[in-house]
Design a protein around this ligand. Structure first.
Ligand code: ZN
Ligand code: MN
Length: 497
């Protein structure tokens, strides 16, 4: 049986605003104190009126810019009617036919093949979140509760075209989306807390008699981990290919099905038939005015965007000569880490040297101290200054490590370190080039004076420069970290003068 999986994702993202979308209630995750972040507006009490939170729209528009979406100058709010205990108004304020953004794309690289793929986006719209029903899962009672702290908080919905062709690509798309949303600081994307949730629409195009036959679309709801998305999509592909072999049902022959994901048992299960848009009876919300955004306002928002992860990866490879792997490692650590990398590499002028230090020495120290780069006590300008001296040949890599260790000792003792600290450490420890040259010079003299080397010394003197090899080796054994090229030149200079 030959088939192509066809996958589209709907991603819901909680925005990092101080207050909710249409009222002044606080917007933060607070499961220990249910039903305290509420007011007549988000409780849906009669006579209350919503007022739009402009910051929520601003963060959404900023996201849309980063996702290559087109932005609408005119957008409006619609009511989506449905009844559920966590939705006290019995409708959700959302966007129906005129979302604030449409037609975008995200580029993702598949780790298994290195293939660069583009996932198109149909739209992103802003809506209010529902509350949370909490069901008794002990099985002993039928005690269900509702927490309305989340009701009315701003939720950005991002809808892809069905461009995704594998469970791996679905996971990587979601990982890239989360990285991007964190770079631009619009959401914490904490999946355990539900700040990033994903629904996957999955069906197959089965090849039969030269025809691609679409099977019924299944929507898997509320996937809240990367592993979950990948496993649920993979499970659905297998389940649907088996279903096709037994029932031969095509798209349109059965209603669209909604399924849940049971992470513990590793399977999807039938939930309910899916409503059509018509079932929701969308109509424009009469309590809210449409929203106009001017070009000037768009420009202001665009000015707050940072350099995005994909752009950084490309720049690190093309301009700084990093490997694709190293560029990925640095960018995937998050914006603060990449910003630190940018500053260090600008100061020292060598991206590869910076990448080596950050992915090895610095990363090791962060792991040992269990801290993030933002808490790392050596400022980027100071580390950059250490690396600059290595790059310029003022100190050896080994001496650079000594300086780095000494800087860490000082910061661990609660002292601040500066570029001047680097100077004083180099002077105090005698690590500078002059001292180094003196040391190398002395080591070379010892090797030349060694009687066992008399033959090799004579050979070099008589012009057989290849005889210098064993002499370099002996000097290097004495002076780990010295540059073999300059040691070679110094031996030859010394013997030929
Ligand atoms: Zn409220
Ligand atoms: Mn939605």
């Amino acid at each position: 049986m030959e088939f192509t999986p066809i996958i589209g994702l709907e991603v819901h993202v909680q925005l990092l605003t101080k207050s909710k979308l249409f009222c002044g209630c606080a917007n933060f995750f607070n499961p220990d104190n249910p039903n305290v972040q509420t007011c007549p507006v988000c409780l849906g009490l009669p006579g209350s009126l919503p007022v739009m939170n402009r910051e929520a729209l601003r963060l959404s528009q900023k996201t849309a810019m980063a996702l290559n979406l087109n932005l609408a100058h005119f957008t409006k709010w619609d009511r989506k009617q449905y009844y559920y205990p966590d939705l006290p108004k019995a409708y959700q304020i959302s966007q129906f036919d005129l979302p604030f953004s449409y037609d975008g794309w995200v580029e993702v690289v598949l780790p298994s093949t290195g293939e660069v793929t583009r996932v198109r986006l149909i739209r992103a719209h802003l809506e209010e979140d529902a509350g949370k029903n909490i069901h008794d899962e002990s099985g002993r009672g039928a005690d269900s509760k509702v927490d309305l702290n989340r009701t009315g908080t701003p939720l950005l919905e991002i809808v892809t075209e069905p461009d995704i062709r594998s469970s791996e690509q679905a996971r990587v798309f979601l990982e890239e989306l989360r990285l991007l949303l964190r770079y631009i600081e619009v959401s914490d994307c904490n999946m355990q807390e539900g700040s990033l949730r994903c629904d996957a629409n999955v069906n197959l195009h089965v090849q039969e008699n030269g025809e691609a036959i679409p099977t019924p679309i299944v929507e898997v709801k509320n996937l809240n981990s990367f592993r979950g998305v990948e496993a649920a999509v993979e499970y659905e592909i297998k389940r649907q290919s088996k279903a096709w072999q037994t029932d031969h049902k095509r798209l349109g022959e059965v209603p669209k099905e909604t399924r849940g994901w049971d992470a513990e048992r590793g399977l999807t299960f039938a939930q309910r038939g899916k409503e059509d848009a018509a079932d929701y009876r969308y109509f424009p919300d009469p309590d809210l005015v449409p929203v106009i955004t001017t070009d000037e306002q768009f420009d202001e928002i665009r000015a707050t965007l940072c350099v995005l992860p994909a752009t950084r990866r490309t720049r690190y490879v093309k301009e700084l000569g990093l490997s694709v792997y190293d560029a990925g490692v640095i960018v995937d650590q998050g914006r603060e880490f990449a910003d630190y990398f940018d500053e260090v590499s600008t100061v020292c002028g060598d991206g590869k040297q910076t990448a080596n230090w950050l992915t090895q020495d610095v990363q090791r120290e962060l792991n040992e101290r269990k801290i993030q780069i933002g808490e790392f006590a050596i400022p980027a300008a100071v580390l950059g200054s250490v690396l600059q001296r290595i790059v310029n040949g003022d100190i050896t890599i080994k001496s650079g490590r000594d300086v780095f260790t000494e800087l860490l000792t000082r910061t661990d003792d609660g002292k601040n370190v500066s570029v001047e600290s680097v100077d004083s450490i180099i002077a105090n420890k005698g690590l500078g080039k002059e001292q180094d040259t003196g040391k190398i010079d002395a080591a070379i003299q010892t090797v030349i004076d060694n009687e066992r080397n008399a033959k090799a010394v004579e050979d070099v003197r008589s012009g057989k420069h290849q005889a210098v090899g064993p002499l370099i080796g002996q000097v290097m054994r004495d002076l780990k970290g010295a540059d073999p090229g300059s040691v070679r030149q110094m031996i030859i200079d010394k013997l030929m003068s």
